[in-house]
Design a protein around this ligand. Sequence first.
Ligand SMILES: Cc1ncc(COP(=O)(O)O)c(C=O)c1O
Length: 397
Amino acid sequence: MARKLSLQSLCVKEYKDNKSTKPHQLPIYATSSFDFENMEEGIDIFTGKTEGHVYSRYGNPTIDTVSQKLADIEAYGTGLQAYGFLTSSGMAAISILITALLKTGDCIFTQGDLYGGTTELFHKVFSRSGIQTIIADLNDMDHLEYELQTNRNIKMIYIETPANPTMRCVDIHAITKLARKYGVLTCVDNTFCTPIIQQPLALGADFVIHSTTKYLNGHGNSISGVIIGHEEKYKKQIWSTLKLVGATCNAWDAWLINNGIKTLGLRMKKHSENAMQLAVYLTKHAKVKKVNYNGLPDHSSHHIAKKQMKDFGGMLSFEIDGNTKQVLAVINKLKFCAMAPTLGDVDTLVLHPATSSHLNVDKLIREENGITDGLVRISVGIEEIEDIIQDLDQALT
Ligand SMILES: Cc1ncc(COP(=O)(O)O)c(C=O)c1O
């Protein structure tokens, strides 16, 4: 007769999942590994003969459900079969994509006004593995074509539009058309817009990345990123790089993104409406030298934004007429808006790029790209606009 399990072993043993009906909401699969019914099943999954989960660094039902949902949203209406990989941060998404697809001797062609961390990553990390970065004006198509013709080491054009924090746009379709002609890959950081406002895949991009930390989560309670692509030939290479580097997202953060995406459409609409009203208010303020918002007809990128964005989004920046000390004093006076170095949350967030996000970017590159000491960035929230304006008004006064 089989021996009865000891009380100690019963405590240790993992019980069978007692689920009887399908959960309405996506569960958090907080498990590092997955059991096999028998060893044959395990071998089939490991060898790729059948689909299944084995280990959460390779894949996990919560993470995979959310990454596919994000891919479907980015590719919505394009007819493309997109795939997505959630990563441990937005920086991890950029790093994994480039590590997977580029090698020593290859070149990234990009703009000078990227998110500061991305610029640093390219110049300080990838340069050490022999992947060089060329910075240029991505709207200068003649120059781009000349570079693509003469420098066959350019393997990827990396775009961020609107750029952080100048809101300058680059024409995605014009670039992807040229890139395809020369067999060069394109990647767009779509963090500022989200697919509700801009769909780079529909404009010909090969890849989209996001810091999902921002609008996709929307509530500021997770750090993660996503890589979205549609060409099957790159999928395995990206997945195996992600799996081996180990920069995977975790189930809890994926679940938080899943909650956030449900209100993405509503939030982006309200963010855009509020940002437009705030931009108009700021343009009229005597202490404000310049407002960078794509919704303003006199913004240098308004015509490109109108062509490729369905709305103008919740991000803007403005230049205060004053030195760093005076600018910081204005920010310190804010009572309602928060001083936080992130963006895309439901509440309004203010940041001084020169002393935070772009602190480690060379001052010359920074200023050449419009990121002056007087520049203030605002991630306009979804509160009542009157409360936001009133707070800025009292701080500026
Ligand atoms: C436009 C943009 N891309 C990428 C990143 C990096 O994302 P994460 O902080 O999630 O690594 C940021 C971060 O602020 C960003 O603003």
